[in-house]
Structures are given as C-alpha cells and as structure tokens.
Design a protein around this ligand. Structure first.
Ligand code: SF4
Length: 471
C-alpha cells in the first residue's frame, strides 16, 4: 500500500528533475515551475529552481510543495536562459533545507547547479576519501559528493566533457542528473539506466525531465529518452551527445512501473498506464477470486484493479474513498490511535461493498499495518469477504537506489510467508503477482530491469545494510 505507507511516513518516493535551455532568455523559470508541478508525485519534501543568468546562478529553494515555495515575485526574479528544477524526497541526506536541491557550487569556470534523482551506493566511501584530502562538506547529501567531484576534476581538465566522464568513473549507484554550467544545460543518466530521464522540445527550447508527463504539462514534444550512460550537452549549437560506457545489461527500476511514475508517462518506450493495467490482468489470471466487485486501494491500486476487473469480468467499483486534502502536513494521531489516522485518510463506500465479496487490489504491501486497517474498515462496512491482490511480488529486500527503506526488518514479506501475511492483514485470501509475470507488464519494452527488492539481485555491489550515509 505504497500511497498510504508514504503518507503515513513509512515508504518514501525519490526525486524528480527538470531542465530548460532557451537561448532567447524565454521565461525558463516559469516553464521549470510548471514542469516541477507535474513531477510533484516524485517528491513532496522540498523543491527548488536554479537559473543561469549570464554565468551567475540565481536560485530559490525551500521545504514544502512547489506551489508553496514559488510565487510570481520569485519567478520574475529568476531570469536567465538555462534553468533546472528539483523536487525531493530525501534518501541519502536528512530532510533539511540545506539538503534541498538544486545544489549550487563554485568551480574553476564559475558556478554550476546540479539536481539529482537517485542514490549513490559509494557516497560514504568517496566522501571519506575527499575529507581526508581536506574537502569540507556543507550538507549530508550524496549530491554534494557529485558536485565536489566535478569541481575537483574540472581543475585539471580543459573541458567539461572529460570532467563529467571522470566523475562518472568514480560514482556508483543510480542517478539522473541535470546540471547548469555557465554555458550549457547537461543531462546524465547512470550506466545502468536505473532512473529515467527524457528529452523534449518546445519550439526552440530544449527540455530534460524525469518523466514525459512533465513534457506534456508544458506543451513540449517528446524527443527521446536519455540512454543509460549517456551525457547530453545542450548549448548554443544545439544538442550533442556523449555515450560513455553503459552497463552490458540495463537495469531500469521496475518500481517505476509499479508505483513511482505517473500513469500518463512513457518511460523507455513503455506506457506506465498500460503496464499497470497489464499487471492487473495478469494478477487476475494468476490469482483468480470468486467475488462480486473489484476495488483499488487509492491511488496505487486503482489502475491494476481496472485491469483485474477487465480480465476477470467482475465489475469494477469505487470501494474506498480517499480524502485528497490529507497531505504532507497531516499530524498523526497518538501511537495506539493510528486507526483513526487511516479513517481520516480513507473511508469505505458502504453502498459498494456491503454484503459483497470484495477483491481489493493494491500495488504492494510494505509493513502491512495500513493494509490490515483497511481490510478491517471494509469488513466494518459490511463486506462479506475481502480478497487481497497485490500487483507486484512480495517486497523483501531494501533498495539502495532511491526508495527510503533502509532495512529489510521494516518489510513484512522479508520475515513472513504469504499465508502469515494473509492472517496478519485479516484478508480471506491473498495473492501476489509473481516476478515472472511482473516482468511481462512493461509491454513492448526492450530494456531489462532492476528487481532487487523482490529477488535480492542487485545490479551492482551494494553496501551492508546500515552502511548508508547518515539519514
Ligand atoms: S531495488 Fe527495487 S525499488 Fe530499488 S531500484 Fe531496484 S527495483 Fe527499483
């Protein structure tokens, strides 16, 4: 129940990035603001925009949501021809204003600003090494490690291309980066392609974005995805590309199609919405249920529930209502009264579930506590039976590349069998989509995927649990 778990402070999203280059100094900050609005689902903790005004970087960032941070006065101040923006949920680095991005640093040729979606697995090691050599860090973010490497390599290098290639040789992990230098907008995707990044064009304005929905929101045309290991440089002469060594096998995060991305986005050629529908269809075939109605847990389970309904022929209904005004600032009830927290956020639709055998579809179960409360809520509303179906496999292992679950001890499936979880959540039956079936849901995809949180097959060496940079 990712959506619920997120809101109740258990599992967190990652980040979103956006970048604009317009040589005529068109209103790049306002475009970035609109792009960040479309990417808000990727991070609600802080947001920021940095603009290059003839080599001087102006920026504004703060804790909060995009519309809380920016207004007309701020946007009018951010003039220039290159801008980047960032929405953040902290993975490495505490939830502090100084860790908000973009991050601006001084280097040999002036200033640069950087926005990062992802998580480095060797940030602690690199940071220790640099500190031993006299570096001083202002934040606890792994993005500052990247910024520091760029400014160090730039000292001994004639061009930014070599600097970036050297930096990429040092860092390991997931990253989709947008960078503003005095002359260019740069986008970089890690060699495994763990996090998405795409290129758009709006007349003569180039755009980089984490997801294609952000291109749509500003009226830009989708050009292509940035390839794993690719550096794109956008300047006076247009767009140039450097393909650094990519991993032999790409590892796009499969969770982008389970939960992270917006359904109206297309990532690496695959419609996120179609992947969700397909997951629901496959779930219905793998774990059928005798039931009267199929409902989705808002918001993550809604599209898979639709797929389940289409495949099974069981009518689709809205069995749970979500209070859309419960957001980031929601104050949790005291421990022991968490039940009422769930009831403030969700309510069961008695008219849809009373007297019925209900299939409830969700995108995942993390700790199981919220799922248990919702199953009980449906039963209290008169559901005769509740059959829980999950459109992804049991989530057992921590993610080192962006999801904020630092230990498998927080994951119910790492310690309990499916039958034990069924009993814990109080459902009449429980079925998870198998990994084999999940991998068939990004229909038409030509990439391979990271599935480590389901099968522990990490695409690179990862640190021991608890060996991350201080949260
Ligand atoms: S471990 Fe899971 S969430 Fe993390 S990148 Fe891999 S698939 Fe995505």
């Amino acid at each position: 129940m990712l959506e619920n778990e997120v809101r109740f402070g258990k599992l967190k999203e990652e980040c979103g990035v956006f970048g604009v280059y317009n040589k005529d100094r068109f209103d790049v900050a306002r475009l970035t603001y609109h792009g960040l609005y479309a990417l808000q689902h990727r991070g609600q903790e802080s947001a920021g925009i940095a603009v290059n005004d003839e080599g001087i970087i102006l920026q504004h960032k703060d804790m909060g949501l995009v519309p809380e941070i920016f207004n007309e006065v701020v946007l009018n101040h951010l003039k220039g021809k290159i801008a980047i923006g960032h929405v953040r949920y902290s993975t490495t680095g505490a939830s502090l204003r100084e860790n908000a991005q973009p991050m601006v640093v001084n280097y040999k040729n002036g200033q640069l600003a950087l926005g990062h979606n992802g998580n480095l697995v060797n940030a602690a090691e690199l940071r220790n090494r640099m500190e031993e050599n006299g570096a001083i860090f202002q934040t606890t973010s792994d993005t500052e490690v990247i910024a520091n490497l760029i400014s160090r390599y730039r000292i001994g290098s004639d061009n930014i291309e070599d600097t970036l290639k050297n930096m990429m040789k040092d860092i390991r992990g997931s990253y989709a980066l947008v960078i503003v230098t005095p002359k260019r907008l740069i986008g970089i995707r890690d060699p495994h392609g763990l996090r998405p990044l795409c290129i758009g064009l709006l007349e003569n304005t180039y755009i980089l974005a984490s997801e294609s929905c952000a291109l749509d929101s500003v009226g830009a045309e989708f050009v292509r995805d940035v390839n794993p290991g690719e550096i794109v440089l956008i300047g006076e002469g247009g767009l140039t590309s450097i393909q650094t060594e990519a991993s032999q096998q790409t590892s796009l995060c499969i969770f982008e199609f389970v939960y992270f991305a917006r359904p109206d986005s297309t990532i690496d050629g695959v419609s996120v919405y179609q992947a969700w529908i397909e997951a629901g269809r496959r779930l219905a075939r793998e774990h059928p249920a005798d039931a009267d109605v199929v409902i989705g847990a808002p918001d993550g389970g809604l599209n898979a529930a639709l797929g389940f309904s289409r495949e099974s022929g069981i009518p689709y209904g809205q069995g749970l209502l979500k209070n859309r005004y419960v957001g980031r600032t929601f104050i949790q009830p005291e421990q022991g009264k968490r039940e009422s927290g769930v009831r403030i956020k969700f309510n069961a639709m008695k008219s849809e579930v009373a007297g019925k055998r209900v299939v409830m579809v969700d995108d995942s179960i993390v700790r199981g506590t919220t799922t248990r409360r919702i199953v009980q809520m449906l039963k209290d509303a008169g559901a005769k039976e509740v059959h829980m179906r999950v459109s992804s496999p049991p989530y057992k292992y921590p993610c080192y590349f962006g999801i904020d679950i630092s230990s498998s001890s927080q994951l119910v499936a790492s310690k309990h069998s499916v039958e034990e979880i069924r009993k814990m959540i109080g459902a009449d039956s429980l079925g998870y989509l198998s990994l084999e079936e999940l991998l068939k849901t990004p229909v038409g995809s030509r990439c391979s995927f990271c599935t480590a949180c389901f099968n522990c097959c990490y695409p690179m060496e990862v640190p021991d649990e608890g060996d991350k940079l201080a949260e």
